[in-house]
Design a protein around this ligand. Structure first.
Ligand code: AMP
Length: 377
């Protein structure tokens, strides 16, 4: 008698297939983690050269509007997830209407987090601290917003912004018209400029049963608006880190979230203590959590797979202090030094074309606990 592999806590068991919407490096690393657990993946993405296509059992290359392809995909998988917050809401609604496979994270999480204004309204409704903001659909609204919020301020498109794209800083009230034109009159959101001392993120998982497992806060340094380096532990007071974790849990609970999410925060200093303000929510595994593959007992990718399959979450304990670096553009060309350094783990995403500003891979260093940060010097 042949019995299939199963665990009492699982609702999706090997050799089931996980459907992943989105085929970038996040989908690629999710597929690798799923394979480690004996699960297959079927990746659905519109781009022919999607990095995740190289490492999955099956893929569909079709648009997110192609209902025939979506229906076939849904029939072939046991659970559906996404690695990219700009999947159209209508795609998820359609997949849910087919009733072939459950979809995690929730439709609510996708709908809110892909629209900056809805996200800020959601956070505000939960009394979560964030920068002042106003909706901007016209130059008149922008001018009124600047009068209310003051300058400097940042105008950001409501949708499709990432890595600093779709945003413009406004330093003086008379620069409003130029800024509005820069964003091509797209529906936007104006937010107050935050004089932060540091940026951090909390990556965490929430299971189907509501269990919550945060990783230690990551301290993030951006270059040209793109994440460049992450250090853990973050330079952050215990109270501020605890607050950031509580906020992340509250957000996850109110989104009925299942899977890994990340919340990015600004850290402010005042009266001798640190406070945190939410910058944005990512409804997916996150760049500032890639270190967890080697640096934690359970990686964020394994954790996400566990969560969407209804498995118990793993320990998020760290294996050491972490220095994580993205390889952006031609930084990925000189590999020799990463291949020879002790305690250094190299990942490349299989992207054939090197472009400036493109994330090509990353390097994680796992150092002894509480080592001094040589990189800070
Ligand atoms: P975002 O795409 O909104 O995460 O913004 C990218 C980066 O721009 C952030 O990581 C910050 O470094 C900077 N930034 C965004 N919003 C603000 C703000 N309100 N005040 C100061 N800096 C900001």
């Amino acid at each position: 008698l042949v019995s299939s592999v199963s665990c009492s806590f699982s609702t999706v068991s090997p050799p089931a297939t996980i459907g992943i919407l989105g085929g970038g490096q996040l989908g690629r690393m999710l597929a690798i983690a799923a394979a480690q657990y004996g699960l297959k993946t079927h990746v659905y993405a519109p781009q022919e050269d999607s990095p995740a296509f190289d490492v999955c059992a099956a893929y569909t290359c079709a648009t997110y509007e192609d209902q025939t392809a979506l229906a076939t995909f849904a029939q072939q998988v046991d659970v559906i997830t996404y690695e990219f917050e700009n999947i159209p809401v209508t795609t998820l609604e359609y997949l849910l209407s087919l009733n072939d496979a459950p979809v995690y994270p929730s439709l609510k999480a996708l709908r809110i987090t892909q629209d900056r204004l809805l996200e800020k309204e959601f956070l505000h409704s939960l009394d979560i601290p964030l920068a002042p903001f106003v909706e901007v659909n016209s130059l008149a609204q922008l001018e009124a917003g600047l009068a209310k919020i003051g300058t400097p301020a940042i105008l950001k498109t409501r949708r499709f912004g990432y890595d600093g794209k779709g945003q413009v800083k406004i330093s003086r009230p008379d620069a409003a018209a130029e800024a509005f034109a820069d964003l091509k009159n797209t529906p936007a959101c104006l937010e107050g400029f935050v004089p932060f001392i540091r940026e951090i993120s909390v990556v965490a998982a929430r299971g189907r049963d509501g269990s919550f497992m945060p990783y230690d806060a990551a301290e993030n340094v951006h270059q040209n608006h793109i994440l460049h380096t992450t250090h853990i532990p973050a330079k952050l007071s215990d109270a501020a880190e605890q607050h950031a974790r509580e906020i992340t849990q509250k957000i996850a609970e109110h989104l009925d979230y299942v899977g890994v999410l990340a919340v990015e925060f600004f850290v402010l200093e005042g009266d001798g203590s640190e406070t945190v303000l939410v910058n944005e929510i990512a409804p997916r595994v996150h760049n500032s959590g890639h270190w967890s593959v080697e640096g934690s007992e359970t990686s964020q990718f394994q954790q996400h797979i566990r969560a969407v399959c209804g498995w118990v979450l793993g320990s998020a304990a760290r294996r050491g202090d972490i220095v994580f670096t993205n390889l952006i553009g031609d930084e990925a060309l000189d590999l020799e030094k990463f291949l020879t350094q002790k305690g250094t783990y190299l990942h490349l995403y299989g992207k054939s074309e090197v472009r400036s500003g493109r994330k090509m891979g990353h390097v994680t260093q796992v150092l002894p606990f509480s080592s001094t940060r040589a990189q800070d010097a």
